[in-house]
Design a binder for this molecule. Structure first.
Ligand code: FAD
Length: 381
């Protein structure tokens, strides 16, 4: 008779001080700061890096400042396109060009930028690994039956599994912005045909002001996309936008046809639970993108910094009461979370107003660009 007793296979369990789920700008920034404070941090991401992220790849100077990015060193090995002007208008309408004295923003490629930040963070990386399970065992979390930690940072973007764990009903009750884009390297013929200047991104608003399209050249790369509130008619609007760009001779012929889509929540429109005992959400997982422009990298980076500062102050007590300081920091920085009650403006009035306002050089520079897109009034963290 066979007397062999089955030996249970013991899985090695790794321990860390904080597990960051998602290695985008929010997660890598938080990991970077926690590492600087001496914590053992692991970043888990379902994608192997470098990975791309659906994005126009525009960053404002506040991002450069918050990340302490050495632009000269970065530009030696990566695309870093200085922006000194904008061309704006309505789709199928007139255009205004606004020039600045110096660099007011930069264009980056997300496949490079995110990889650079993640590697710079000094965190241990578990890439190409999806978050599959999350269990609370007393004071500790057990993640994927393989990692224990007292603290989880949910940085998995709009569809973050940690946000789901905290009750986010993705798609069901959330009014998200949906967007599609392509980014491709132009061949010599396309480069010669492209009339978009690299230092002058182009932004064209939908007539109902519920979204806008962009055309953004970064060196030899061209990024074209359109984002709108809700997902109704996105593909049609995008098709119409590309036809408009082609008719105006802005973009080359034969651009790739496969656009990639993604979504995000605008700050003030998100009701996601931000924290609980031993867990915080940062970046898109928390729904922080600026409502007027959709800029999400700056709030992602800043929330990563604010989360790390809160964790440092908590002194290893990660109870929700201690972590509440993070929610207070977000409100102090970005304002109250409740969306202001909008005045209902009929569609045709919006359309007339849009045409008049976007034709105004003063309004375009002072309000649309300086305030909505560059957030020049809000100094960096
Ligand atoms: C079309 C489009 C254009 C945009 N253009 C701009 C722009 O020009 N400038 C700007 O500032 N913002 C822009 N945004 C917004 C910006 O892309 C986001 O706000 C920003 O990427 C948020 O960063 P994040 O780190 O929170 O999340 P993300 O960058 O989305 O990173 C999340 C990470 O989590 C990982 N992840 C997801 N699920 C799991 C899982 N289950 N397990 C493990 N890992 C997981 C993902 O692989 C990813 O690496 C744009 C958005 C869209 C859709």
């Amino acid at each position: 008779m066979d007397q062999t007793i089955p030996v249970p296979v013991l899985k090695a369990v790794e321990t860390c001080d904080a597990l960051v789920v998602g290695g985008g700008p929010a997660g890598s920034t938080c990991a970077w700061k926690l590492r600087q404070r001496g914590m053992a941090v692991t970043v888990l991401d379902k994608a192997p890096f470098p990975r791309d992220k659906v994005c126009a790849g525009w960053i404002t100077p506040a991002v450069v400042q918050a990340l302490q990015l050495d632009t000269e060193a970065y530009a030696k090995e990566h695309v870093l396109q200085p922006i000194t002007a904008f061309r704006t208008g309505l789709i199928h309408g007139g255009e205004v060009e606004t020039r600045y004295q110096g660099t007011v923003s930069y264009g980056i490629r997300r496949c490079e930028f995110d990889d650079y930040l993640l590697r710079r963070s000094g965190a241990r990386m578990q890439l190409g690994q999806t978050l599959k399970s999350l269990e609370k065992r007393g004071r500790l979390w057990l993640v994927n039956d393989a990692i224990t930690t007292p603290l989880i940072i949910g940085a998995g973007g709009h569809f973050c599994p940690v946000a789901r764990f905290l009750g986010a009903q993705l798609g069901a009750t959330e009014a998200a912005v949906t967007a599609k884009e392509i980014e491709f390297e132009m061949n010599p013929e396309q480069r010669a045909d492209c009339r978009v200047r690299a230092d002058t991104p182009e932004l064209y608003f939908c007539r109902d002001l519920k979204g806008y399209g962009w055309c953004f050249r970064k060196g030899d790369y061209l990024n074209i996309g359109l984002g709108r509130e809700g997902n109704q008619g996105l593909s049609e609007q995008l098709g119409d936008f590309c036809d408009f760009l082609a008719q105006r001779g802005r973009i080359p012929k034969n651009i790739p046809s496969k656009f990639h889509g993604h979504a995000y929540l605008q700050y003030g429109h998100s009701r996601r639970t931000l924290l609980d005992d031993g867990v915080l959400l940062v970046g898109d997982a928390a729904g922080l993108a600026y409502p007027e422009s959709g800029e999400g990298i700056r709030p992602a980076v800043e929330s990563g910094l604010m989360a790390a500062a809160t964790v440092a102050e908590a002194g290893e007590d990660y109870g929700s009461q201690r972590l509440q300081a993070y929610a207070s920091r977000l409100s102090a920085r970005f304002g109250p979370r409740a969306a202001p009650d909008g005045v209902m403006v009929p569609g045709f009035v919006r359309s007339i107003l849009a045409g008049a306002l976007l034709g105004s050089r003063w309004f375009t520079r002072r309000v649309v660009l300086d305030r909505w897109f560059l957030h020049a009034h809000q100094p960096g963290l």
